[in-house]
Design a protein around this ligand. Structure first.
Ligand code: ZN
Length: 501
């Protein structure tokens, strides 16, 4: 039995959390607008509005009133939604209230300056323009880590994106992937031969590309009455505190078919997750996906396991040819084109096989920075030598190397590993789904995805943040996160494609 006093405190707490969620959602609408429709002149004003809203939300969350309500809300039945709400609210409150307001403000100022410097540095490929800013941001992030109770300072960074993971665990994961993928990439690289992507390059009308992409994700189950699609330079998916409005953005390159198509499938994968969260979790800490790693597992599942598979193209190949008659009439040529492997400098354009080596490199460098094993000044050299070791190429300049991503400028240390965690989980989840519902693959050949989406809804999406990521994966697949199925998948798929092994 829970006393009335506790019930009252829990109710007031819920209202407070709903208000905080509304403020974040309003900020998200402004952020969406900034990246899609806002005119250039809005930049300054919008930065102020976003800073104000995030300060208000932070103050409400970290306030003594919230702490008092959390203390009085007591305990709720283990396994209940209420217990999960309290667990998450306490974690968020702890995190927010430990950080001095000065540090929060300084970080936001330093990252704004660093981002601007990074843009200039990348344009001119001049590391020295960015280095002092990165020193500053890194120092602030390390100070932030010092306020968090963690075994390793880098754990404090990881915890924001993938609760429950740790530096040690990721070391094990990346060691296993390195041992499996580096030799496989070397073998495949030795057999690359002619560029298989030729059929995907040429002149593809933007409107026709967009229409095809919309058709594909409609078949996946993306609900247009609860979403929309716009163009953006750096595509993203965004929600506003519930499954009723989950938007995606896409970038379309008229010269390269894969950019728009696979980008659209990727963002739709994120959106299907958000659209599938239990609507009763809206405006609570349970709304939205449980971690960046699990989120990325959903986007990569639809992008790679589905849209780069033979069953998918069995259905969509003739439809694509109707729109673009230059597409080869042989399914196998198309399948090989969408799965071309080519070690390259840029992470966001990497193929499925080499992608994780780009993340491995970033993980190792971030860890070295946090462990004092590497100075910011030495980053470009360390970057290039790892590129050569893992991918066999040295970037032509820093813009194509250490300066390519925005993450470090905006303080997102510990974020990169989520991409690889997502890849690993995508295969575990897909295999569990296909094993549980063998009709999934034959359906895919007919352009039907209802059974697959149904399994994901049931086992992943609807739970939102209710379970911890590990717990969710264990419930869905019967196993803990594991690199073995992913490595087996890569070896089988690319072994066949390149006649290796
Ligand atoms: Zn993603």
């Amino acid at each position: 039995m829970i006393s009335d006093e506790r019930n009252d405190a829990f109710q007031i707490l819920q209202n407070r959390l709903a208000t905080i969620s509304d403020v974040y959602a309003a900020a998200a609408v402004l952020a969406w607008d900034r990246q899609t429709h806002m005119p250039e002149g809005g930049v300054g004003g919008r930065a102020e509005q976003l800073a104000t809203l995030s300060r208000l939300a932070h103050e409400m969350l970290a306030s003594p009133e919230t702490g008092d309500l959390l203390a009085r809300a007591g305990e709720h039945e283990p396994g209940s939604d209420e217990a999960a709400i309290l667990r998450l609210a306490r974690r968020e409150y702890d995190r927010a209230s430990r950080l001095p307001a000065r540090l929060v403000a300084e970080t936001s100022r330093a990252t704004a300056l660093a981002e601007r410097a990074w843009i200039q540095a990348r344009e001119s490929s001049e590391w020295s323009l960015f280095a002092p800013h990165l020193e500053r941001v890194l120092a602030l992030k390390r100070e932030e880590a010092s306020y968090v109770d963690a075994e390793h300072p880098y754990d404090a960074m990881l915890d924001r994106y993938d609760p429950g993971t740790s530096t040690n665990r990721l070391r094990g994961m990346f060691d296993a992937l390195k041992a499996g993928i580096v030799p496989l990439v070397r073998e495949v690289s030795a057999r690359l031969g002619e560029d298989r992507t030729v059929p995907l390059r040429g002149d593809f009308g933007e409107a026709a590309q967009e229409a095809f992409g919309r058709d594909v994700i409609s078949r996946f189950g993306y609900d247009w009455s609860r979403g929309r699609q716009d163009r953006a330079v750096h595509p993203f998916c965004i929600d506003f505190g519930g499954p009723g409005d989950v938007r995606i953005t896409t970038r379309i390159d008229p010269a390269r078919l894969s950019v728009g198509l696979f980008g659209t499938c990727h963002e739709a994968g994120h959106a299907l997750y958000e659209q599938g969260v239990d609507p009763s979790y809206s405006r609570t800490p349970l709304a939205s996906g449980v971690s960046m790693g699990v989120h990325e597992s959903q986007s990569r599942l639809w992008e790679n396991l589905v849209a780069r598979s033979r069953p998918f193209w069995f259905h969509f190949h003739p439809l694509l040819r109707d729109i673009f008659p230059g597409i080869p009439d042989d399914l196998e040529t198309l399948y090989r084109a969408v799965n071309d492997v080519r070690p390259s400098e840029i992470r966001t354009e990497a193929d499925e096989l080499t992608y994780d080596l780009h993340i491995l490199l970033r993980f190792e460098l971030e860890l070295a920075l946090f462990e004092d094993g590497l100075a910011v000044a030495d980053l470009p050299e360390a970057w290039n030598s790892k590129m050569e070791e893992y991918l066999g190429i040295v970037p032509e300049n820093d813009a194509l190397g250490v300066l390519q991503d925005t993450h470090w400028a905006i303080g997102l240390f510990g974020y990169f590993p989520s991409y690889t965690v997502g890849n690993v989980l995508s295969v575990q989840l897909f295999e569990a789904a296909v094993q549980g519902r063998p009709g999934i693959l034959p359906e895919m050949e007919r352009g039907e995805f209802g059974t697959l989406l149904g399994w994901l809804r049931e086992n992943v999406h609807r739970h939102g943040k209710k379970y911890e990521p590990d717990d969710l994966i264990e419930r869905a697949t019967g196993n803990s996160p594991d690199t073995a199925p992913y490595l087996r998948y890569l070896e089988t798929k690319f072994g066949e494609l390149y006649d290796v092994g």
